[in-house]
Design a binder for this molecule. Sequence first.
Ligand SMILES: [Mg+2]
Length: 186
Amino acid sequence: MKKIMIDMDDVICDGGFLSLVNQFLKANYTLKDVKSYYIQDLIPKEQYKEWSEFFNTKNVYDYVKFLPNTYEVMEKLSKKYELYITTAYIFRDNEEYSANNLKNKFEWLSKNLPFISPDNYIFTTNKEIINCDIKIDDKLSNLSGNAQMKMLFTAYHNKELTDKELEKNGVIRVNGWKDIEKILLK
Ligand SMILES: [Mg+2]
């Protein structure tokens, strides 16, 4: 069976960071307001310390939801491909809390995607070292390295990338799990 590397955040589930930022700021930001890859950049600098203290008591995965059609398409894919969930867990600003994040990711994945064995979780920041036939991620730099097919999963922070730029990197764009189903399960 061919192997697929699948990213977790903003591919399988989303909304956790934004929900916590809104709780903290008592705001109603949507993903359209986010100008950088890091949603927490919406926090004003002077509130960042307070934000970190608030954030470190929370589990991001208590506030996420599946992206549309994820479960059903992944379950179908799991019968024809070997699926590897490949996700980074180191917090940029709170490295010392990263072990909690790893635990929270593990628990969410094992509870919500029971058809994928925890043996197939890969927790790493450097996805370039992963050799899979197919790679799916919302961050272009995570699609580097070996693969026959590379799919950029559309997300708030990558909409500006043109098809031409993607083509240069040997990458195609997918706008959700229905697109992936059409390509991989036709
Ligand atoms: Mg991601």
